[in-house]
Design a protein around this ligand. Sequence first.
Ligand code: ATP
Length: 607
Amino acid sequence: MQEKGTISVSTENIFPIIKKFLYSDHEIFLRELVANAMDASQKLKRLAAIGEYQGEVGELKVQVSIDEEAGTITVSDAGIGMTAEDIKKYINQVAFSGATEFIEQYKDSDQGDSKEIIGHFGMGFYSAFMVADKVKIVSLSHKEGAEAAQWECEGSTEFEISPGEKKERGTDIVLQVAEDSKEFLNKARLRGILDKYCKFLPITIELDGEQINNTTPIWTKSPSELKDEDYLAFFKELYPMSPDPLFWIHLNVDYPFNLTGVLYFPKITNNFDLYKDKIQLYSRQVFITDEVKDVVPEFLMLLRGVIDSPDIPLNVSRSYLQSDANVKKINGYVTRKVADKLEELFKKERTAFEEKWESVGFFVKYGILSDEKFYDKAKNICLLKNSEGKYFTLDEYREHIQAAQTDKNENVVYLYSNDPDKQDAYISSARKQNYDVLLLDNQMIDSHFVGSLESKIPNSSFKRVDADTMDKLIDTGTEKESVLSEEEATKIKEVFEKTLNNNALNLQVEALPTDELPVVITVPEFMRRAQEMAKTSGMMGLGEFPSALTVSINGNHSIIQKILKAEEAAQKALVLQAYDLALLSQNLLSGANLTKFIERSVEMVGK
Ligand SMILES: Nc1ncnc2c1ncn2[C@@H]1O[C@H](COP(=O)(O)OP(=O)(O)OP(=O)(O)O)[C@@H](O)[C@H]1O
């Protein structure tokens, strides 16, 4: 008996709409059909396990095959199958409600958002019509005495149902591939899609007889069954081109939500962007997306690996995902696990932890900057490295510098360098005073990190080592003895002003140690930070911000006496020489000024 019917649906014909708006994601039809076949297989397994199916279960693999000549793709399973009644119920009604719901969602969203909905909306069975102009279902239900049934639909709301010819339990979905979708008849193309979405499905998937998937990926196993090699091999499987990860975290939770996975800490190179969106999100081993925004905290998006959770609602739009309670909990859980793992590593293998700090520190700092709560968890394992390459925790470091580097206001002054090469002269001045200098030279993150630490550590101030002369950087309130009389100080300042003839310079005479340079050039900390902020926020073009240099003349240096006593011409040469030397030590001397300096030096040496 053949039966014809019309699928009741408010929209005249939803297929053209499905086709049009799902355009960029056509390939997911295969994921949907394979996932259905897998569900049907697993349902049968469950029925057999609870004794509701008495027959032979047999091998439950899902087969995908291409018949290029006939222009068809067939997805077959040996799962529970469907009777004609089941087809009417599940395909005509249930599946359709899913498709209609999609259209409703699409209508409610503005154009810009539609792609997101599409990307996260499981279109189910009807997504087959994105690539096929005719779909046939032939199915034999597992139910005793069931007869095979066949359903056909040509992409309109009309369908035809009739007895089918099928002897084995299960379902064949046959797609007559549409003219504009012929690419899917290519085996390599299908293989690519299966590799992407179905690589770790729990039931064997074959493409033209060849197994595609690994049915028991490591995140489905217990950590006690796994060795380091297994984790490394899995990492290589996911990211064949990447260097080995630093370490990994096996996630496993079943209350209050369900989540498994393995997250890897990659070695950080400078190309951070390459590392974003590399965590893969699965739902019961079906690949969903690698856009994990909202599910994983922003700073952990640089991690790699797999998260699998049936509790992440994937068939809804982004905005919903953000406010979803489960997603929030997952987010919190992942953050906590990462913090725990870092603490464990730190406690167990501090040396190894220090060796990995270049990469690990990036996550920790990023986490501290972006997540208030993460600081509380990470403050005990956040390391600081000094210019001698030694590592300290925040507490250890404070202890280390407290005695020497507390200023008259009881602030502990943390000195740092962001470019040890350029700031070498300042670092060595600091060391001469028995001060310690931190290395905070990650250009991407450390300038922000400095500000953040300063606000988090009470009574602390961070100053770059070239922000002022040493005794002003850490002002202990003790007056330095000056060998210059007040008159001489005024005189030397005048000589410098006249010779350098530059209003932008902030000239001052100071009593610095005799072994300091005769002239020291610095950029005040607050000024430099304001400049950096302006640069990063794009408020001002580079260079527009006044660059205020402070020029400190070391009144205690012997050369100052020489200048005071010299003839005018010699005086001028000495001032320029002392000033140029200061610029040189900051790496600020170049071009014509450098040439002049060299000429002058040669002349002086020759005298
Ligand atoms: N291969 C199959 N074997 C048995 N039943 C199937 C098969 N494919 C689909 N079905 C039935 O049709 C129903 C509708 O399928 P459809 O893919 O549209 O939605 P779904 O799987 O329930 O949800 P989703 O939108 O997440 O895919 C399924 O719930 C299932 O009962």
